[in-house]
Design a protein around this ligand. Structure first.
Ligand code: CMC
Length: 431
């Protein structure tokens, strides 16, 4: 069987090379199509376009499979933790005990921000959205490191330091963003706290009293970070790769990823889910009116937390998080009317032909918001939590671009549909 594709175009026939991934996914390579035929391919929303080859994450959306570096998400969720998984995603293998210690020590060494960054935080108004602060401050942090500003891939060996710095500082910046948005005093990280516990400490401790760290809360948040750690070429990761392809620095590339993540169709969905559940609850609806509205294209409503570009069977992260959600709520003895509404919505949607025919299932954001609410994370921080979790994935994708010797700047083409040749009209002749 030939592994070339045949194309008939304008009466001529062309052959196009194909390639096959390690999980047997197949692609037709159209890189030389325009040079050979004058045609480009067009693919609205990139639904059928592979923008790169990558070794990091494998997803089979039809079967509901997600693996980081080959390891199923279910195994990692059960046996690993966020920092070990972050190492796996960034460096490609599970760390030895010694490697993990070095990585953890580096995270601790780099967790403090430059003191002058405090003045930047002060410049934001109280009430500013923490995602805006997070993106700006990740970019600003690069200005406090001359080495990073002038750094070029391959010219020095600093990359591991910058990886540790960004992984660690995104958490410090995220917590400070929240404190600033509420007008609260900033709380420094503690040397002896682990990653996720330290984040909760910086979020919720007060100068006069440390926040009580409940193990089940720390565990649930760590799981949320882990489940978000990478997801191949989604909107924010593609943005990071796009910016990285211009050889922008690591912090600038990942700050762009934060902006892409913010939107309600991507990472912002977890906040949107909670707002939707709250709206349903306050209106006295049991969810059925909302489901009807979500099916009506003119209503402007969608069932937030449902549907996915890639998963057309189930989102494996949603399955894990639903179980964790029940567990945390029962351990903390919390009953949440919004959880009841979420369960009713899920049950109704999974039976409804509109959702079934379109293969719309709950995604990771459907239940993550409820857990975060249960453990006391304010709703405006939900997408920030997603950003902290996604950082290893962004870093690994950045690294992959830099390590590829043939990497080129990302520069898609377009089909122009505007005016043809036109001329400048002096202002007095314009109507
Ligand atoms: N509620 C109601 N209808 C929907 C929904 C929804 N949540 N999602 C998709 N549809 C409909 C859509 O209107 C379209 O209908 P039709 O074929 O009649 O025109 C059909 O289903 C196919 O949808 P699509 O918009 O072509 O799907 P997409 O792949 O472009 O979008 C999505 C994927 C996730 C943006 C979309 O499903 C959505 O907006 N979901 C709600 C937002 C959300 O939960 N986002 C988080 C995604 S998971 C976290 C992450 O990885 O970012």
């Amino acid at each position: 069987m030939s592994n070339e594709a045949k194309l008939e175009l304008d009466g001529k026939s062309y052959t196009l090379p194909t390639l096959t991934g390690s999980e047997h996914e197949k692609a037709v390579d159209v890189s030389a199509l325009r040079a050979n035929t004058g045609y480009i391919t067009i693919d609205d929303g990139y639904g059928n376009t592979g923008s790169c080859v990558s070794n990091i994450t494998f997803i089979d959306g039809d079967k509901g499979i997600l693996r980081y570096r080959g390891i199923p998400i279910e195994e990692l969720a059960e046996k690993s933790n966020f920092i070990e998984t972050a190492y796996l995603i960034i460096y490609g293998t599970l760390p030895t005990r010694a490697q993990l210690k070095v990585f953890s020590d580096q995270l601790t060494d780099h967790q403090f921000l430059h003191e002058d960054m405090k003045y930047h935080f002060q410049g934001f108004p109280t009430g500013a959205h923490p995602m805006a602060i997070l993106s700006s401050m990740i970019n600003a942090a690069s200005c406090f490191d001359e080495g990073l500003m002038n750094w070029k891939w391959g010219k020095n060996q600093q990359f591991d330091t910058y990886v540790a710095k960004l992984t660690s500082q995104v958490r410090t910046i995220a917590a400070y963003s929240y404190r600033k948005s509420k007008g609260l005093p900033l709380i420094y990280p503690k040397q002896d706290y682990k990653y996720t516990a330290n984040f909760l400490h910086m979020m919720f401790s007060m100068p006069y009293e440390d926040f009580e760290l409940k193990p089940e809360v720390v565990k649930a948040l760590d799981l949320i970070f882990l489940l978000h750690a990478d997801h191949e070429q989604n909107c924010s990761t593609s943005t990071v790769r796009m910016v990285a392809s211009s050889q922008a620095n690591l912090f600038a590339s990942c700050a762009a990823g934060v902006c892409a993540l913010w939107g309600p169709l991507h990472g912002g969905a977890n906040q949107a889910v909670l707002e939707m559940l709250d709206e349903i609850h306050r209106s006295g609806d049991d969810g059925s009116k909302f489901i009807t509205a979500a099916k009506d294209k003119n209503s402007g409503k969608k069932l937030m937390g449902f549907g996915h570009r890639v998963y057309k069977n189930h989102d494996p992260r949603a399955k894990i998080i639903k179980v964790a959600c029940d567990e945390v709520l029962s351990k903390l003895h919390i009953t949440d009317p919004l959880l009841d509404i979420a369960k009713k919505l899920e049950e109704a949607a999974l039976k409804d032909p509109y959702f079934v025919e379109r293969k719309l299932y709950p995604n990771v954001d459907f239940y993550s918001g409820i857990i975060m609410r249960a453990i006391g994370i304010p709703v405006e921080m939900f997408t920030v939590i997603f950003a902290i979790g996604r950082m290893p994935g962004w870093i690994a994708n950045y690294k992959e671009i830099m390590e590829e010797p043939k990497s080129r700047i990302y520069r898609p083409r377009q089909i122009y549909t505007g005016k043809t040749m036109n001329h400048y009209l002096p202002i007095e002749q314009r109507k």
